[in-house]
Ligand binder design. Structure first.
Ligand SMILES: [Zn+2]
Ligand SMILES: [Zn+2]
Length: 406
């Protein structure tokens, strides 16, 4: 029988539609890479609308995202692209886990197509790409593939596309490197070092074992990695269909995440950096235990906010395109600060471990894959508080890492 968390603490949160891990039972899958299978059906528009309208739970304290506007009520049909702005198309491809779908965007140019993100490297997404190529791309080749970040739902088919079209992906250097390492079961896909890290941070053995047994491995969603890439740098401008798209690097969700922003059109291809309804996962990994990804994530919003038009149409990688990005930044910031305050309130004289936080801030019955991301995200909040000077990190006599009030 699988172990399950018991809601032992007072702060058991209700519906918070803005976070896939913390405090959300509906959206319990962490938004990172390859979460486990929970059906590949696309989210129904009706369901998405319902979750928008659902009042935030008083305990979660989230403002409902009423200020966001969704110009498209329906998701594209399977294997079909929908025009979201002149010459810019939206494709929704399936994921074999709870996030259900990832969006790719296509820009038509005179001689070919630019694709932004590739979908999960599995049969379902490839079938949809094949249908689109055959039926809707007007016999033009793919001439450029932009990958926002290395998670397999974004990078997974880049190798397959390179084989088919001879196009190497355009992406940032760090995302390229991380993808290559993970494909060799290193870095974020080094499972035994992750187990040791989680145990030291207070995850009990049954849950460590569950993580080990159920984690999805990176090559499952990214079976082949392209042999070369084109490097994208912050501030670089790509001319796509005679229009200027500026590379804006986001941090916190992944190390050097590429967003493409077009100020003339008022459009951002945001990847997983900015999402409606769900909060991008922020993770501390065993490879960099002193990282402050939540600080990086909040800093990114501070950088992006003044650089973006308020009426920007955000084309996110999950859920639907939306307007209201400045309000969305406010919501995400509010959400994380609320969570930080709750963690401080829960930290008693004995201190707290990341493992202690799980039953308090996450829904019960996380599967093993989600447990890993939940631990990473709990640590992201604890490390943030450490860098704020509110908590100090110590190793206790049993070798367990605990955070204490300063
Ligand atoms: Zn991601
Ligand atoms: Zn994603």
């Amino acid at each position: 029988m699988k172990p399950t968390y018991k809601p032992v603490a007072a702060h058991q949160h209700g519906n918070c539609a803005c976070h896939p891990v913390i405090g959300s039972k509906k959206e319990a899958a962490p938004l990172a890479a390859d979460a486990p299978a929970a059906g590949a059906a696309k989210p129904a528009a009706a369901a998405a609308t319902a979750s928008q309208k659902a009042p935030a739970s008083p305990s979660a304290g989230m403002k409902p995202p009423t200020k966001l506007e969704y110009p498209f009520k329906e998701y594209p049909e399977s294997g079909k692209i929908v025009e979201v702005a002149e010459g810019i198309f939206w494709l929704s491809t399936p994921l074999p886990f709870r996030l259900r779908a990832i969006n790719a965007y296509l820009i038509e140019e005179k001689e070919g197509w630019t694709i932004v993100d590739c979908g999960y490297g599995a049969e379902g997404a490839r079938t949809e790409w094949e249908q689109v190529w055959q039926n809707q791309m007007k016999d033009k080749p793919v001439t450029r593939v932009v990958v926002t970040h290395f998670h397999p739902d974004h990078f997974g088919n880049a190798g397959w596309m390179q084989e088919k079209w001879g196009v190497r992906p355009s992406m940032s250097e760090t995302e390229w490197a991380f993808g290559n390492l993970a494909a060799q079961n290193l870095n974020t896909d080094a499972i035994e070092p992750r187990c040791v890290f989680y145990a030291k941070n207070g995850l009990s053995k049954p849950f460590v074992d569950q993580f080990r047994n159920e984690v999805f491995r990176y090559p499952h969603g990214c079976p082949t990695v392209p042999d070369s890439f084109n490097c994208l740098k912050d501030g670089e401008v790509l001319s796509i269909n005679n229009s200027n798209w500026r590379v804006m690097i986001g941090r916190g969700h992944s190390p050097e995440h590429v967003c493409l922003y077009n100020n003339d059109l008022g459009i951002m291809m945001a990847g997983d950096q900015v999402l409606p309804e769900i909060s991008p996962n922020v993770s501390v990994w065993h490879i960099e235990p002193n990282a402050n990804p939540l600080g990086d994530f909040l800093d990114t919003m501070d950088r992006f906010r003044p650089a973006m038009r308020k009426d920007t149409l955000v084309l996110p990688s999950h859920r639907r395109p939306f307007r209201g990005v400045h309000d969305r930044f406010d919501e995400l910031e509010h959400h994380h600060h609320l969570r930080l305050a709750e963690i401080m309130a829960a930290t008693g004289p004995a201190g707290i471990t990341a493992g202690d936080l799980l039953p308090m801030i996450f829904p019960p019955n996380l599967d093993g894959h989600q447990l890993g991301f939940a631990m990473n995200e709990a640590l992201a909040h604890l490390n943030y508080l450490m860098y704020e000077g509110k908590l100090v990190r110590r190793t206790d006599a049993g070798g367990i890492i605990r955070f204490h009030r300063t």
